[in-house]
Design a protein around this ligand. Structure first.
Ligand code: SER
Length: 543
């Protein structure tokens, strides 16, 4: 195996594909435009979905890049050696160009010639077949023809060897693994087993189907290949460690945390976990604020996730006795050193990132101080009552009054060996929303009495697409303040917005309308209620 720095690895990846006729398409924003139903860019293929579905890409049919991604679905695993919330995916694509033969040959060349793996230690999996698609005999043959040993090619079911997002292009995939020189852990040991014998290296997806919103599949008009390798993990592996925090993407930060906190990395399990969470979450915070979308912490959507990440980082920083200045120093290390070459945008947005981080840390610290006192009272009360659980109402009180995210209350309670009634928390949250809706009554006034939209052209109606989709793209075709039609609504002003297409269900027949967010190029509209308006229109009420 060859050793790489992160900068060398990104370059080697792109050069390998450029040499084989691919064009480097560069990376897009980490914050999703909402068209795929997720808040962040979660895979390198996500921005390419229209092209995988058949639209012509302006740069051709062979593409490659290194794309930042944010996945927070397994945030609870962050703190171990390999999980991270921001990661880079090294990708390459054939858009209806080459298929399995070239793909398998090039993957083998990349593994053996660029990364220096020995062929005997490589394994691959292919799709075993089910009612959706046949067994991938062809994929297996090409893997073997490329140089994989026949006995190291495994057929696995869809759970392991089918890849796609919730909807859109998808298909059978074939993963590549490194086999360590050690005995099987048991009779079922093989790729996918987490005993440590098999390490996943990368994934080639043969995208030939489209998954529709109702779940059914249709063949695509073109056969694509979507290849993705996680940069952090492969970087660690190539450098002889399984710990991504010991690669050059984190090592300087970990060394600084050691110095600032006086805690040795890997000496204490709990504190090491805190060091990793701090390093990871701050890195993702820097990337999201410095992103072209300039995401800011808030109480909804992607901004809320960012807020959670920063606040969690601060809390673990506090566990390590680190000051705000020291946390900001870590952020600056990512900007000035670690990502200086690969993410110049961070440098450009340096002052913005640091000042927004500082503001959010200050907001959280004042919240924490008050909330902690309150939590102590609750904990003491529970202890004196001999209870092992914090009730949902108390957890909601901490959330509502002190801005304590539920996860924080759960974590703090765990440290005291208490659990939190999470269902009770959700019920208290729902109860409050209900009260807010009832107390508001604004929409009634607007739709029945004011008739503000009466002056709109009759042709302006809304198409409801919410039976199939939770998100949709549309045009704003009508906007009103509480009393009249307007062209703009300013921050904090309440109004009603009509779009030509909407996935928001309007209150009808006793069923409550939807709430959510509408984003435009220059604003965010928080929908608290959706109502029917005369003339076949759906009104989104909010701020
Ligand atoms: N999209 C596939 C994955 O995320 C391959 O890039 O694994």
């Amino acid at each position: 195996m060859r050793q790489f720095t992160s900068n060398e690895l990104r370059k080697a990846w792109k050069q390998f594909y450029i040499d084989r006729g691919h064009v480097d398409v560069g990376a897009v924003s980490l914050v999703s435009d909402g068209s795929t139903g997720v808040m962040f860019n979660v895979a390198g293929m996500q921005p390419l979905m229209p092209y995988l579905l058949g639209q012509k890409h302006p740069l051709g049919t062979r593409l490659c890049n290194v794309q930042g991604c944010v996945r927070t679905n397994d945030i609870d695993s962050v703190g171990d050696k390999s999980h991270v919330t921001f990661f880079e995916m090294m990708g390459s694509w054939s858009l209806g160009d080459y298929f399995k033969k070239e793909r398998c040959q090039w993957s083998f060349e990349l593994l053996t010639q660029v990364f220096g793996f020995d062929a005997d230690h490589l394994a691959a999996t292919v799709f075993a077949g089910d009612e959706n698609a046949p067994r991938d005999e062809e994929g297996a043959q090409y893997r073997i023809a490329s140089g994989f040993k026949k006995e190291n090619v495994y057929y696995l079911p869809a759970d392991d060897n089918w890849w796609g997002l919730e909807y859109g292009p998808c298909g059978p995939d074939s993963e590549m693994f490194y086999i360590a020189d050690r005995p099987d852990c048991g009779p079922n040991c093989g790729p996918g087993c987490d005993c440590g014998k098999y390490t996943e290296l990368g994934n080639d997806v043969f995208m030939q189907y489209e998954k529709h919103h109702d779940g059914h599949l249709t063949p695509l008009k073109q056969k694509n290949v979507d290849t993705g390798w996680g940069l952090e993990r492969i970087l660690a592996f190539l450098n002889g460690t399984r710990d991504v925090y010991q690669t050059d993407l984190f090592a300087p930060v970990i060394a600084y945390i050691e110095e600032a906190s006086g805690v040795k990395y890997n000496a204490d399990e709990k504190l090491t976990r805190s060091m990793r969470i701090l390093a990871d979450h701050l890195r993702t915070g820097v990337m999201l604020i410095g992103d072209e979308a300039k995401l800011l912490p808030s109480n909804t959507g992607a901004g809320y996730i960012l807020r959670r990440l920063i606040r969690r980082a601060v809390r673990h920083g506090r566990t390590l006795n680190m000051t705000t200045e020291q946390l900001l120093h870590i952020a600056a290390m990512y900007i000035d050193e670690i990502y200086a070459e690969s993410y110049p945008l961070m440098k450009k947005n340096r002052e913005f990132i640091l000042s927004e981080l500082q503001k959010e840390i200050a907001r959280f610290e004042s919240t924490l101080e008050n909330g902690m006192k309150e939590l102590q009272k609750i904990l003491e009360q529970k202890r004196s009552e001999g209870k092992k659980e914090i009730d949902g109402k108390s957890a909601f009180y901490l959330y509502d009054t002190f801005g304590f995210p539920l996860e924080l209350t759960v974590e703090l309670a765990q440290e005291e060996n208490l659990t939190v009634d999470e269902e009770g928390f959700a019920a208290a949250m729902e109860e409050q929303k209900q009260k807010a809706r009832e107390g508001q009554n604004f929409s009634q006034k607007l739709t029945t009495a004011a008739g503000v939209f009466d002056g709109l052209d009759d042709k302006i109606t809304s198409e409801f697409v919410g039976y199939d989709a939770l998100t949709a793209e549309g045009k704003v075709v009508g906007l009103a303040s509480e009393t009249e039609l307007v062209n703009t609504l300013n921050e904090g002003e309440t109004g009603t917005l009509i779009t030509d297409v909407t996935p928001f269900y309007a209150t009808m027949g006793g069923q409550k309308g939807d709430f959510g967010v509408i984003r435009t190029e220059n604003g965010t509209f928080e929908v608290t209620e959706t109502v029917k308006i005369a003339g076949g229109r759906i009104g989104h009420v909010g701020k």
